[in-house]
Every structure is written in structure tokens, then in C-alpha cells.
Design a protein around this ligand. Structure first.
Ligand code: ARG
Length: 732
């Protein structure tokens, strides 16, 4: 690893346009049928073979967990099977005897050295070098068309086949899901970045992924959003600038704590203007930007608080009403639809379009897959909400219904609100407040309004019955855990999700500033995501600049091609965005993490710059060898991958484990395992490279073999990074 980090040189750099250029070794095109694909990962293969042996030893065919896993310590082989102990218990035999019986029964001679039994009955599995090199040898070179630099995973599968038809699932992936008229917060950023990895990995695995951006475009906040926009719009027509509005907002904010008279004095003129403007409600709405929406929204929100209990009135559709009540009324007008609210509707659409446009800009900048077509917001479900409540009422009133796990859902009105309660089989409430009182899932308020949960139930039905989802994944911050648990239970009790439908709520920890408090800007303000990305890019730029200056002052630095300004900007952009993503992905998503620019942008450690540099470094090693040995054909049919040196073997084993690493992401939805894998892969490569020179290989056969390992490593890194949503940089 020292090699990578001790002297970072700015190697000749290839940029955007040239990123897709074919490597100096024209890969042999794969001849149809000549290169058999491995159909199972090593781990799957071993599991299948041990499962068979376990059944033979147990004398039955009950499915067993063969408990095969990678060994933590090479002392115990590459993999271990730990199933003998449990099986011995079942068979009432000595664990070591059972282990011996498994060893006698299992057929792995083609894959592994003679098995060893250790301790109470662990079976250690050490793979044969031939089986490793055979496995890697079956990975075909990149095809004729080269690699799509934007989505390399679509053009180079690294020999990994998609899941068999029978195992393919329709996956509905709900992520990002920000709210209209609000900046995305860091939680939405995490959901977006993490969800994008799921989208890419599940798709790569061969599943059929439908992305759903469940934007909050219909909740109770919409009244305020609409009013805010309306107010801003009408004042604008009277020649008032946003600054005037901003000043008025500050006045309102400072009046929040003051007495009724004072507040009334402040509000009355606003209410009067408000009334005067009502007639003006028909002209076309100007497109707005998110900041303007936010300003209007904040204004109305503050206005509503300040107007509480002041009695200040303004004209409503059926006579004067309290200022504080208007937002609620507007929400209702929007939600009930009908004649006479075209203006509200137009304002809502403008707000929605501005918000979605702003999000898409961020998505594009982040390089995530989300597109405007993936937006299916809360509003989409609104016409289905009454039926949800009716169906719940009909099915769950009285006795209720029981979900497959025994949870019982019962419908009851509670203070006029429509509620569903969930009980354990023993009758205790499954969800209760600290005093032990049952917590309801409220689906309709006493005033008739529907809630977040109603929408999620409607969405669940839609996703299962119309989108035919078999696995539903939702990515949000953990504060919503209770909501998800409750509506999953209710959905299951209603049969809206079949017992086999997988419902998964995926959460993540918070992002903290270096002071362990929520993130702030350098000046102490709240960080917007756009500014966060700006800062990442400019910091990466500074870093690259410094790196280049350091290289120039060194002697050998003279031979190093320089970045020009444009190239440097582009590389900095990529590194900046990659660093934010990688920092988010590289640790267990459920732990909180401290956001540190210095750590995420470091060229050492498990970081994006390190991983990107490792990739570029391997590419340059490859190119240099290509220049010196133009005849070398690492993928020629007669090349065998030689694993004589321990570092060669270790690297090959690592490469052979890429498929099982990707499987684990698909099952467990843990991006950090992929990051850890890639980090280990880079380290294994560096150890190999230090021990086994490519340029000074003893003969052509071993040179070709080592070159092939170089190329496979680079391809593995590129595939892994691209599934993390991080495009590689060919030279840096
Ligand atoms: N808009 C919500 C929020 O910002 C997240 C929605 C998550 N998805 C869902 N189906 N509830 O908190």
C-alpha cells in the first residue's frame, strides 16, 4: 500500500472525452460459447455442495444452513463450514465425528485441498490454486464495443451472470423522496446516495428495479406553500421585491413572542393587502425558484404562528376567516379539487415543478440514476385514499384481521379520527407509548384529512397489485421507523402485501459536524446540498493543485504531464462528488458519522481519492507494460493465470470473491461491505505488485498472467465503484 500513498504523482491524465478510450491492449473479443460463464459464486458453490453433504449425513433432505463462510484468518483456510456442531446436537453424535462424516461426504476435491477439521468440529476449506485460476480464467475480456464510461457495469459484468429467471424479483425502490418547497436535507442526501447503490446493484444482479421518488407534494404543508407563492406573486405584481418580503418575514419572526396588540398591529396591514390582492388571482403564475418558494413558505408559516389567537381576519371563500386558518383551508381546497380552485392548483403545480427541477439538478450533479419519470409523489395516490380508509373500516372493524406473524389489526374511531390498532397474539398492543397506551396508526383525521400513513398504505397496494412488486425497499432516516413498522403490519393484515412480499425499511445514521453537532457551513449557516457539493469540488480542486505543485518541484516531476485548468476542474468535480458519496457509503449505514472534509478527501485510507487513485495507478502500470511489450496478449487463449507467489494467490482469491460480495449487498443492502472489499482488493493488488514485477517478469507467460491479474483488478475496481455510483478516472 505504501506504494500508493507515499508519493502521489500526477500521472498523465485522461479526461472525460478520453475516458472511454480502449486500453492499450486490445482485448481479445470473446468468442461466442468459447468462454463458459461461472454460474455460481464460490460461496454459493461451496454452500450448495456442503448442503448436499449435510443432508447425506443427516439422512434427510430438510434444508439446512450449511454455515459456510469466508474465514476471518487465513490460518483456518479460505472458507469454513461450521455446521457440524449444530448437526451433531440434532443427531446426538460427537461434533468431530459429524465433521468427519461431512468431510467424507462432501464433494469438493475439484475445488479445495484436502479438508481439515479443527477445534470442536470446524471444517477448514483451502481452495486449490488451479480452481482459483480456472475461475478467474473464465472471465472473458471486455467485449468489442469497449466499456461505457458512464455505466461500466452494463458493458463489463466481470463474468458474473444475472440471477436465474426463477429468482428474478420485481423490486420497488423508494428513495430520496424529498418534500416540495423545501431544500433536501442531509437525510435526503443519504437516502439518495444509498438508494442509488441499491438501484444499481439490484439491477446488476438481474432484478427488475422500479424506482419511486415518493416526493411529499400533497401533505398539510401544501396550503402554506401555495399561499406563500400566492402572496409573493401578488406582491411582486405590485412591484415589491423579495427583499421587502424578507424584511417583513424578519419583523414577523421577531414578533412571535410579543403581546396580542403588538401582533395585531403588525398583521392588520398584511391582512388588508391580502384582501385587496384576492381579486388579482387569475393571471398566469411565473415560474419560481426553490429559494423563492422557501421564502414564501416560511413567511406564511411564521404568519400563521403569529396570527394564532389574534382574531385578525381576512376574506375566505365563504366570508371572513381567521388568518391563521387560511393555510388549512387552502390545503383542503387543493385536496378536494373541484371548481374554482384553478389558481391554487396552478400555484401548486408551479411549486411542484420548481421543487422537482431543483432536485433533478442535484441528482444530475450527483450522478444518480433518478429521473423525473421516477417521481410518483404523494399526490398521485390522493384519489385512492378514501377507498383505503373504507376498506380498512370494513375489514378491520370489530374482530379485525390477523397478519401471518400473528399481529392483529383492528379498526376503531378514536376522538373522531379513523385509526388502526395493532395487537400481539396475547392481546397486548404492539405499539404503545411509555405509559403502555396503544398507539394508533391514524388514517383519517376528524376533519376528514388523510395522512402520511394513508398515502403509504395506498402506495403499498399500488406497488404490489399494479406494479407487481415482490420486494419493496424504502430508504429513509430512522425517525420514521415506527411509521413503517405500523403500516407494514396493517398492510400484511389486510393482505395488501402477500406473505412472500418482502417489505424492507432501510435506515441510516445521522451526519454530524466535526463538533458532533448537526452540520453547519463555515459561517455557521445551515448547509444546503448544492453548497455542500460546491465545497467538495472546490476543496478537491485545491488538493489537486497542491499535489501538482509538489510534483513540479520534484526532479522526476518534470516528466509528469500537467493538468490544465479545464482538466483539473473536471477531475476535481469527480473526486469531490465521489468523496461525498464514498464517505457516506463506506461505513455501516446505521452508524452516525462525523462529516470531515479532511478525512473524506484524504489520499490515504478507505476513501474515494484512494480508491480512484488505486484504479488509475493500475491502469498506468498496465499502459506502461503495454508500451514496453506490445506483443503481450494477457487474454490470449493459451495464457494461464499463475498463482505461484502468495501475493498472487491472495489477489486471485480476492478477485474470485467479488461475486459473493455483490450478492451480499443484494441480500443485506450493505454498501459498506463493497467498499471494504474494494479497499482490500486495492491493498492485495499493491502487495502483489511489490512482490511480482510485471515489467521484470521472468518470462512472457508469467508476464501475461500478471498483466491479466492487473487488468482483472482494474476491472473489479471499476465495476465495484460503478455500483457505488462512482465513475472511475483513467489517469490522475
Ligand atoms: N417525504 C418523506 C420525508 O421527507 C419521505 C418519504 C419516504 N417514502 C415513503 N413512502 N414514506 O420524510
Amino acid at each position: 500500500m505504501a506504494l500508493l500513498v507515499d508519493r502521489i504523482t500526477v500521472a498523465d491524465l485522461t479526461l472525460a472525452g478520453r475516458l472511454g478510450r480502449r486500453s492499450a491492449f486490445p482485448p481479445e473479443p470473446a468468442k461466442a460459447g468459447s468462454l463458459k460463464m461461472t454460474t455460481r459464486s464460490l460461496l454459493q458453490e461451496l454452500r450448495a455442495r456442503f448442503a448436499e453433504a449435510l443432508n447425506a449425513v443427516a439422512g434427510d433432505s430438510t434444508p439446512v444452513d450449511p454455515q459456510v463462510r469466508a474465514s476471518g484468518d487465513p490460518k483456518f483456510g479460505d472458507y469454513q463450514c461450521n455446521a457440524a456442531m449444530a448437526l451433531a446436537g440434532r443427531l446426538k453424535r460427537k461434533p468431530r465425528d459429524v465433521a468427519q462424516a461431512i468431510v467424507d461426504a462432501v464433494e469438493v476435491a475439484d475445488l479445495a485441498e484436502p479438508l481439515e477439521i479443527a477445534g470442536p468440529g470446524f471444517i477448514n476449506i483451502r481452495l486449490k490454486p488451479e480452481s482459483l485460476s480456472g475461475r478467474l480464467g473464465r472471465i472473458a475480456p471486455v467485449g468489442e464495443g469497449g466499456v461505457n464510461p458512464n455505466r461500466p457495469e452494463l458493458t463489463d459484468r466481470f463474468g458474473i451472470p444475472p440471477v436465474a429467471d426463477g429468482d428474478r424479483l420485481r423490486v420497488i425502490l423508494d428513495y430520496s423522496s424529498p418534500n416540495v418547497a423545501k431544500q433536501m436535507h442531509v437525510g435526503h442526501l443519504r437516502s439518495t446516495i444509498i438508494g442509488d447503490v441499491f438501484a444499481r446493484s439490484l439491477e446488476f444482479a438481474g432484478h427488475d428495479v422500479i424506482r419511486q421518488n415518493h416526493v411529499g407534494d400533497w401533505g398539510t404543508a401544501m396550503g402554506m406553500v401555495i399561499l406563500g407563492l400566492w402572496y409573493r406573486e401578488t406582491r411582486r405584481r405590485r412591484g415589491e421585491t423579495d427583499d421587502v418580503l424578507r424584511r417583513r418575514l424578519v419583523d414577523l419572526q421577531s414578533a412571535r413572542e410579543s403581546g396580542v396588540d403588538e401582533r395585531r398591529a403588525l398583521l392588520q396591514p398584511i391582512a388588508t393587502d391580502w384582501a385587496a390582492d384576492l381579486s388579482d388571482a387569475n393571471a398566469a403564475v411565473e415560474p419560481v425558484r426553490l429559494e423563492q418558494l422557501e421564502l414564501g413558505y416560511q413567511f406564511v408559516q411564521t404568519l400563521t404562528t403569529v396570527a394564532e389567537k389574534t382574531g385578525v381576519q381576512a376574506p375566505g371563500p365563504d366570508g371572513d376567516i381567521e388568518l391563521a386558518d387560511i393555510p388549512r383551508l387552502v390545503t383542503q381546497m387543493l385536496q378536494t379539487g373541484g371548481e374554482g380552485n384553478e389558481f391554487e392548483r396552478a400555484l401548486w403545480e408551479a411549486a411542484r415543478a420548481a421543487s422537482i427541477g431543483y432536485c433533478q439538478e442535484l441528482y444530475d450533479r450527483l450522478g444518480v440514476l433518478l429521473r423525473p419519470e421516477d417521481v410518483r409523489g404523494e399526490s398521485f395516490y390522493h384519489a385512492r385514499l378514501p377507498r383505503v380508509v373504507d376498506d380498512l373500516r370494513t375489514a378491520l372493524t370489530g374482530e379485525g384481521r390477523t397478519a401471518p406473524d400473528g399481529a392483529k389489526a383492528v379498526f376503531r374511531e378514536d376522538q373522531g379520527a379513523a385509526c388502526v390498532f395493532v395487537y400481539e397474539p396475547d392481546g397486548k398492543p404492539r405499539y404503545a407509548n411509555p405509559d403502555g397506551e396503544a398507539l394508533p396508526l391514524i388514517v383519517q383525521k376528524s376533519d376528514g384529512a388523510f395522512l402520511y400513513a394513508t398515502t403509504d398504505l395506498a402506495a403499498l397496494r399500488y406497488r404490489v397489485s399494479e406494479l407487481h412488486g415482490q420486494r419493496l425497499i424504502y430508504v429513509t432516516d430512522p425517525r420514521q421507523q415506527l411509521h413503517f413498522k405500523m403500516f407494514f403490519d396493517v398492510g400484511r393484515a389486510m393482505g395488501w402485501a402477500a406473505p412472500t412480499t418482502r417489505l424492507e425499511h432501510v435506515t441510516f445514521g445521522s451526519v454530524l459536524g466535526e463538533n458532533r453537532r448537526p452540520l453547519k457551513t463555515r459561517e455557521g449557516g445551515v448547509i444546503t446540498l448544492a453548497r455542500l457539493l460546491d465545497e467538495a469540488e472546490s476543496r478537491a480542486f485545491e488538493l489537486l493543485h497542491e499535489r501538482q505543485r509538489a510534483a513540479e518541484s520534484e526532479e522526476e516531476g518534470a516528466a509528469i504531464p500537467r493538468f490544465d485548468e479545464v482538466e483539473m476542474r473536471e477531475v476535481a468535480r469527480r473526486i469531490g462528488i465521489a468523496s461525498i458519496k464514498y464517505a457516506d457509503l463506506c461505513r455501516d449505514r446505521n452508524s452516525d458519522y462525523v462529516f470531515s472534509w479532511d478525512k473524506m478527501l484524504a489520499f490515504q485510507g478507505n476513501t474515494a481519492p484512494y480508491m480512484l487513485y488505486a484504479y488509475a495507478r493500475i491502469r498506468s502500470i498496465y499502459r506502461r507494460a503495454a508500451d514496453e511489450f506490445p506483443d503481450a496478449q494477457p487474454y490470449a487463449a493459451d495464457v494461464t493465470i499463475q498463482l505461484d507467489h502468495p501475493t498472487e494467490r491472495a489477489l486471485a482469491l480476492r478477485l474470485a470473491r467479488l461475486p459473493e460480495t455483490l450478492e451480499s449487498i443484494v441480500d443485506e443492502l450493505t454498501p459498506h461491505t463493497l467498499c471494504a472489499y474494494l479497499f482490500d482488493l486495492a491493498a492485495d493488488f499493491m502487495r502483489f505488485y511489490e512482490a511480482c514485477s510485471v515489467l521484470k517478469a521472468p518470462d512472457a507467460a508469467s508476464r501475461a498472467s500478471r498483466l491479466r491479474l492487473c487488468d482483472l483488478t482494474a476491472r473489479g475496481l471499476r465495476l465495484g465503484l460503478s455500483l457505488l455510483g462512482i465513475p472511475v478516472i483513467e489517469r490522475m
